[in-house]
Design a protein around this ligand. Structure first.
Ligand SMILES: Nc1ncnc2c1ncn2[C@@H]1O[C@H](COP(=O)(O)OP(=O)(O)OP(=O)(O)O)[C@@H](O)[C@H]1O
Ligand SMILES: [Mg+2]
Length: 475
């Protein structure tokens, strides 16, 4: 089945507290192919894991207890399993040994998801790793742990015990019977699976979702479609549609836990910038209006300056202005109306704020979300005269940063093009292609998003709004 699709390489991971029935689910999955020993453990070296993966080629690899392997190693193993080949290394005489390769989906379980497990070891997951091993919460939301229904058993524990016992005595037959059925019905099966997976993924994936979400949706859709075929082969006893429904519930749980259908990388970027300002905003940013004050508090390891902006959007640039506006002590009501913008020095922005990310991509993302207005004629920085510092470059980060909703990472203007028919008919090359049914609206979005963004900025200018903020442009 996986071979038919030739996509969505990688696996699924069941994550949840102790005694929720995670291992029970894995034992059931294992019983399709073999006995209790079919299930493997994460607690191996990566060398052993590549041999195990090769043994499970064209089948399902099941790995329990993610916590037993160190976070960093787990992250590397996820890449290795998904890349479908072992690391190249030389033998004693320098000749390269034969590389092991495989083609499989894996199913894993653990108390933590990969990101949290790696974070325990102070490692950050790459979005690629999270996409390659999609987390499903073990709690099905019915108050019964991993179960939605106890089928007349007294409790989750009793039901789990029953399933475990049955899986120990009766196993292996469904996998073989399914293979026989697939061979008997091989004619056009691949085409059918591909079409069904595409249709399900299209149905489940929200408009404007990132490619990462589409990849994971295809993986869940493949599981759902395979289950329906097993039902058709009379191997499950489930009502028609049950397998696809269950796969859809798991995909939606993954999407919710992920925090939306946007690009996971930009969500991580946004979090990194916010984290920096939240933890260093007080300590490493000098008040702008006190920059030339001899008695101001000293800022160690300065990352930049922070400037108050009053309720009318006017920046407070000097001590005298601050005194005039708020007197000796700012009243609480005034304090509530004041916002603060941060001016981050470019080197700190590159090396610390954006650590681990492409700083141009971070700046572009903030610019698109009106949180980083550039100076005239500059792409991401602005020049500001500062007492005692001349005219340095800064990344000016507006308070809008904290209002960006992490979930709909699709910016407003991209939302506009999502309703793609809003593009004038024949008004753009991509619009014309969509009109003629040559490319999908989603493909057109990526092709035209730059043009549409420009058009969006021009339309804001026309109605007297600035390009980078909500305040009217200065006359
Ligand atoms: N849904 C459930 N509700 C209540 N108890 C359960 C449930 N599922 C399993 N148990 C109990 O937990 C025990 C362990 O089951 P299982 O190995 O499937 O859980 P697990 O989620 O993998 O737990 P652990 O994290 O401890 O490995 C079972 O023997 C059973 O008593
Ligand atoms: Mg367990």
């Amino acid at each position: 089945m996986y071979w038919c699709l030739w996509a969505s390489r990688a696996g699924l991971h069941i994550r949840g507290n102790r005694a929720r029935g995670k291992a029970t689910a894995l034992r059931l999955a294992a019983s399709v192919y073999g006995g209790p020993s079919y299930m493997q453990r994460w607690r191996t070296t990566d060398n052993a894991l590549k041999a195990i993966a090769a043994q499970h080629c064209d089948s399902l690899l099941i790995l329990d207890e993610l916590a037993q392997v160190e976070g960093k190693v787990a992250g590397e193993c996820v890449y290795m399993l998904a890349n479908e080949q072992s690391k190249a290394c030389a033998t004693r005489n320098g000749a390269p040994p034969a590389r092991l390769s495989w083609r499989l989906l894996f199913l894993s379980a653990g108390e933590l998801g990969l990101a949290d497990h790696m974070a325990e070891g102070m490692k950050r997951t790459r979005t690629g790793q999270e996409v390659r091993m999609a987390d499903i919460p073990a709690d099905a939301g019915a108050g019964l742990g991993a179960f939605e229904n106890l089928h007349d058993f007294a409790s989750g524990a009793v039901f789990s015990g029953h399933l475990t016992r049955e899986a120990q005595v009766c196993y292996g037959a469904p996998g073989r019977a399914f293979l026989e059925w697939a061979c008997d019905n091989a004619e056009g099966l691949g085409k059918r699976v591909r079409a069904r997976v595409q249709a399900l993924a299209r149905q489940w994936v929200p408009d404007g979702a990132s490619g990462q979400v589409e990849r994971v949706a295809a993986r869940f859709a493949l599981v759902g479609a395979a289950g329906e075929l097993a039902t058709e082969a009379q191997l499950t006893g489930w009502p028609v549609g049950e397998s696809e429904r269950a796969a859809c519930v798991c995909f939606e749980a993954w999407l919710r836990a992920r925090g939306g259908a946007g690009n996971g990388e930009v969500v991580s970027m946004l979090r990194a910038v916010r984290r920096f300002l939240e933890s260093h905003g007080e300590g490493r940013f000098t008040w702008w209006h006190r920059a030339s004050d001899d008695h101001n508090a000293k800022t160690l390891q300065r990352a930049g300056f922070r400037r108050m902006v009053d309720k009318d959007g006017k920046p407070i640039k000097s001590d005298a202005e601050h005194q005039r506006e708020y007197g000796e002590c700012m009243a609480p009501t005034d304090g509530e109306c004041v916002s603060v913008e941060h001016f981050v020095l470019p080197e700190v922005f590159r090396a610390e704020v954006c650590q681990g990310f492409d700083c141009q991509a971070v700046a572009r993302f903030l610019l698109e979300h009106v949180a980083l207005p550039p100076g005239a004629g500059r792409s991401f920085v602005c020049k500001q005269r500062l007492p005692g510092m001349g005219l340095p470059n800064f990344h000016r980060i507006r308070p809008a940063l904290f209002a960006i909703d992490v979930q709909p990472v699709v910016p407003a203007w991209l939302g506009l093009c999502t309703r793609l028919h809003g593009l004038p008919p024949g008004g753009s090359h991509a619009g014309r292609l969509v009109g003629r049914g040559k490319i999908s609206p989603r493909a057109a979005i990526s092709e035209t998003h730059q043009n549409v963004h420009q058009r969006f900025l021009r339309s804001r200018q026309k109605v007297g709004l600035s390009c980078n903020g909500d305040r009217p442009a200065r006359p």
